[in-house]
Design a protein. Structure first.
Length: 106
């Protein structure tokens, strides 16, 4: 066999290259939290459309920048999950009333 299997001794679930990536991991965590918040608030009530649309929009931007600076595949996988949840929350929030809730243009 050409390759030897080695156990992951880095101790981190996100850093597969053995190095610490605190900035990338922070963007991953923020994107996941914002995505979950946007998704849950969009599904719970139509009255929370301001929260879901704004958290979804910020989650999309943090996830996009996180993808730009990500180093490992595990980070990218988590960022895609957060981006997807943020996008669903954002779009449902927009469908239920938008970013400004009828204050502007309503």
């Amino acid at each position: 066999m050409a390759q030897v299997l080695r156990p992951n001794t880095t101790g981190s679930l996100l850093a597969t290259d053995g190095k610490a990536h605190p900035v990338q991991d922070t963007f991953l965590l923020v994107t996941l939290v914002l995505g979950i918040a946007a998704f849950v608030t969009a599904l719970v009530s139509q009255g929370l459309h301001l929260v879901s649309s704004w958290t979804g929009l910020v989650g999309i931007f943090t996830g996009a920048y996180g993808q730009f600076i990500s180093v490992t595949t595990r980070q990218r996988f988590g960022l895609i999950l957060g981006l997807g949840a943020s996008a669903v929350g954002f779009f449902l929030g927009m469908a239920h009333g938008g970013l400004f809730g009828g204050i502007v243009g309503g």
